[in-house]
Design a protein around this ligand. Structure first.
Ligand code: SAH
Length: 317
């Protein structure tokens, strides 16, 4: 009863700003190599069983090409923190997408890099950057990451991205082991302070080959509650109903939209690599072509009275 009130309130806030329009972002998972060793993540460097791959520039461009034909106007390049994609290799990829698709937004999600690197990528044509802070509570952050990584650096990266002019997305996993109510309050406080254009939250889901294997997954209910809270706090924010949400419940993404989310991120990665970008177990949509994913999501959105639109879907107030 109280939840339904919360969800309805959030949904009404989203509808006032976006109507029944849902933005779609074409996700291109271009590398499963990662130098980091986050305890929750399936592609952490110590996972010897992970299949690793890298997409070439031409493969990435052909994902964009099929995405464009399907009506995508935002491409999201996401990968592990893979030093192979130095600025020298990354800049030509971004410039060429920028040149070929002047009407599209380019979103990067490459982890932590230097101020200068972020700046060069921005100047090459990237517009947005996704970097979840993961946990604003220092104790929790430390429980989830090895000593080499630091919350200070992660937060500094986010401030740098803002300073450079990116539209910035941050967020965290809901129900990650060790997450207390106080830790969640820290997350909310940090997000209030940063005022990001995008807020990505999804349930934590176990991966069998990580140190956290066997812990409990985050719940649908808690994830939906937090989505709704963020929507009410940030009426104009771009908030995805994530793939992880669709993984813990067959209609999770639809429920996410009904709790205030306004973005979906179908996968444009080549089908032969999809099963290799496994951040968590049982990830959905690993066997379908981009067109199938797109149509499936379109049907899902229509089933709840929403419409997927062909739009860059930039943040504005
Ligand atoms: N290397 C990039 C991209 C990380 S993958 C970066 O550091 O930003 C994108 C997100 O997936 C992560 O930020 C994390 O919040 C989420 N993720 C990783 N493992 C997960 C798991 N086991 N369950 C749910 N989400 C997970």
């Amino acid at each position: 009863m109280m939840n339904e009130l919360l969800f309805r309130t959030a949904r009404n806030v989203a509808q006032e700003v976006f109507g029944n329009r849902i933005y779609k972002r074409g996700l291109i998972e271009f590398s499963s190599y990662c130098k980091n060793d986050c305890y929750y993540c399936g592609i952490r460097r110590s996972n010897q069983s992970a299949d690793r791959y890298r997409l070439t520039k031409d493969q990435i461009l052909s994902c964009c090409e099929s995405g464009y034909r399907l009506g995508f106007r935002t491409f999201v390049l996401q990968g592990g923190e893979d030093p192979y994609y130095s600025d020298e290799r990354m800049l030509p990829i971004v410039s060429e997408i920028r040149e070929k698709y002047p009407d599209c937004a380019i979103t990067l999600s490459l982890g932590e890099r230097s101020y200068e690197s972020y700046k060069r990528l921005f100047e090459a044509g990237a517009n947005r950057y996704l970097l979840r802070h993961e946990a604003a509570d220092p104790n929790l952050y430390r429980k989830l990451h090895p000593e080499k990584m630091s919350l200070e650096n992660r937060e500094e990266c986010l401030w740098n991205l803002k300073d450079i002019g990116y539209q910035v997305g941050t967020g965290f996993m809901v129900g990650v082991p060790g997450q207390t109510e106080e830790a969640l309050q820290e997350d909310i406080a940090f997000i209030r302070k940063l005022c990001p254009e995008m807020i990505g939250i999804g349930p934590y889901i176990n991966h069998k080959d990580t140190p956290l294997a066997g812990e409990k997954n985050g719940t649908l209910e808690q994830t939906l509650k937090l989505l709704a809270i963020f929507r009410i706090m940030f009426p104009h924010a771009l908030i995805p109903a994530t793939t992880a949400l669709g993984t813990i419940h067959p209609r999770g993404r639809e429920m996410g939209i009904m709790a205030g989310a306004n973005v979906v991120m179908p996968n444009l990665s080549p089908v032969d690599v999809r099963k290799k970008y496994l951040l968590y177990d049982n990830k959905i949509c690993t066997g379908e072509e981009a067109a199938e994913c797109q149509h499936c999501l379109q049907r899902r959105m229509e089933s709840i009275g929403y419409q997927l639109v062909e739009d860059r879907g930039d943040y504005h107030v």
